[in-house]
Each structure stands twice: as C-alpha cells, then as structure tokens.
Design a protein around this ligand. Sequence first.
Ligand code: FE2
Ligand code: FE2
Ligand code: FE2
Length: 417
Amino acid sequence: MDLSTSDHALRADLRRVIYALSDALDLVGIDDIAHGKRVGIMAAQCAQQMGLTAGETALLFDLGLLHDIGVSSTVTHYHLVAEFDWESSQGHCEVGHALLRDFAPLAALALPVKYHHTRWPTLLEQGVEREVARRANLIYLVDRVDAMAAPHYADGSLLLHVPRIRAQLAAHANSYFLPELVDAFLVASRAEAFWLNLEARGIQAYLADMLAQGEPYAATMHELRQLATIFSRIVDAKSPFTAQHSLGVARLARFLAQRLGVGADNCDKIEIAGLLHDIGKLRVADEILDKPARLDERERALMNAHSFETFLILRLIPGFAEIARWAACHHEQPDGDGYPFHLPGKALALEARILRVADIFQAMVQDRPYRAGLSADAVRDFMRELAGRGDVDAAIVAVALADLPGAMAAAKGRLSE
Ligand SMILES: [Fe+2]
Ligand SMILES: [Fe+2]
Ligand SMILES: [Fe+2]
C-alpha cells in the first residue's frame, strides 16, 4: 500500500464516481450485489431494441444503476426483490427523488426514480409527462424482471426459468406496463445473450463498454461534494443511530485538518473521505446495525468488514486513491491494533488519523433517538482515555480539546466559523 500523501486539487471523472458509488447501492443486497447493474443493462438492451439514441440508452443505463438510490435498508431491499408489488414500495421512490432532484448532473433521473413503481395506467391518470413516464415504466419493468430472476443467478439455472419470467411479464402488459415496452422486452429477451449479460462476467464487460463509450466529465469540487453528500445521506439514513454521522465526521475532519496545517486541497479531500468513510456499511444487515445489545463474534466480523468494503468501492475511482486509503483506515489505531490493515501509527497518513478521531468524536456527541449526545466534560474525559491507551492520535485529540465547543459544533453539523 502506498502511504505517501500529496496535496493536489481533487480531479475525477463524474461518470467514474457515479459508477463506483452505484456499487455501494448494490451492497444493500448483501449476498446478491448486482441488482442496479442488471437493471441498467436490461434497460439499455431494451433501449437498443427500440432503436433509441445512444444518449437515451446511456441515460436509461444510468437510471438503472441508480434507481434504488432511496434504499439503504437491507430489509427494504429484501421486500422489493421478494414481492412483485410490495405495498410499501413508494417510500424509496420518494426518497430517491428527493436525493437526486437538486443535483444538476443527475436531475433528469429524479422524476423517473419517483415513478419507477407506478403502474402505466396510473402514470397516465396522473398526467405524468410522457418521456418521464416511459423511462420510469421501463425501469419498473426490468426491475420486476430482475426480482423474478434474482433467485436463479447464483446456481446457473437462469435460462431454465426464462420462459416463465417472460410469460409472467407478458401477462402484466397494460395493467402494469406500457405494451410497447413489454413488446421490446419480449423481443430483446428472446436471445440467450440478453440473460447471459446479467451474470457476473457479462456485467463487468458491459460496464467497461459503457464507460468507454461515455464522454469524460471533469467534476468540479462542488459537484463531488454534492454527490458525496448524497451518498452520505444514504448511509446515514440506514439507522436512526447514525443520522448525520457522516456529515458530522466530514465537517469535524475538515475543522481538525485546518487546525493541523493540512493544505487546502487535502482539506477538500478529507471532507469527501469523511462523507464516504462508512459507505461500506450499506452491506451490513439492518438487524446487526440496529442491534440494541453487544454484537456476537459473527456479527462483529460482518460489521468490521465495512471499512474494507469502503476501500473496495472508492479505490476504483481514478483520482480518489488518497481518499480511498484515508477512508479505509478510519478504524486503524496508532498502536497497530485497528482494522482492516493493522497498520501502525507511523504508517498512517495524518489525514487518516484525523478521520479516526473525527469518527469517534462525532459518534459520542451525536444526539440519539433516546438520549442527547455526551456533554463536553464527558467527551474530554473519554477522548483523553482513548489517547492514553494508544487507540487514537493524542496530538489530534489535543487539537480537538483546545477548541472543544468549536469541535462539538462542527461534529453536530454546525460550523463555528
Ligand atoms: Fe430495484
Ligand atoms: Fe466506520
Ligand atoms: Fe463512522
């Protein structure tokens, strides 16, 4: 692992960032982590069948990748895949719409996300604009196909189930789906290749093709911060115990970095790392994350994998190498007893050690559903105890304690300056 830290402005292709972060959404499937990608690939294959433009095909592909951006709960994901028409499906559509509508580069996806569990006749009754309605309904269609196909990917039996899946879909023309979309799906899905593209290696090849075709789009820092904030909200929404945790960690990490003389460009990067540091938690089952008692050994192992999952996602983004390492190391300890790399303090970048302090500090001061966050006195005592044991960097703790009200305000989402 390269541990050097440089200080250049953050540059990244927005498309690469979006593709990598869409991996995080798929983690909510726990054992089946390609739902969004398969929906995107099926939507694009149907678009090609209908002769739609390359631009529209790419938009539908992206819409497929991101359509479940409102799902952070593993229980919600389970219902959506296990039931053809789950009565509570609209909730995640509304959340997804709210997350996307104010982010200009993806704003065109917001309304189709809102309507991706609405039946075609209802879309017409509600007077939803035709273009939005078609995009939303195509995603609904292929999403339901994936729900029916999902149990059969792992054991290699998918092709045996294709006739039944196609027949079931055809039976929902008119009542759920625009008939011409059903027709396009039925023609495209006659080919075995349509289905084989949905297996792991087919997915990788398809993704690589889509990335190669798209135009690079150099994201501004403002756009990267907005996108990272969207994903931080998805992670933080997973549990009432973590509401605003990532946002608070990002703000406190920047606050500490500025006081420790970190350059302006790395202060930007540490803020992004703070927003995304727990993104790997999307793969942790709700019942583990919300367990009111101590975790058993197996649950602890699943929980502790989250910082490495974060690393796997972020390291795929060209330009994010440092962000990926810092975020991955937020549970590393100066004494070498942390995880997942067991790196000693001298091998950890200052920014990684800052994130570690910010992560623990924010969790202590965060208000919880049934209790207020810890008082300043309690935070001071506890941070000193951790520093004394070698769990966190004592010099960074000292900086936080030197302006404790300012650090607490930053951790709670209010900056004092
Ligand atoms: Fe879905
Ligand atoms: Fe964490
Ligand atoms: Fe955290």
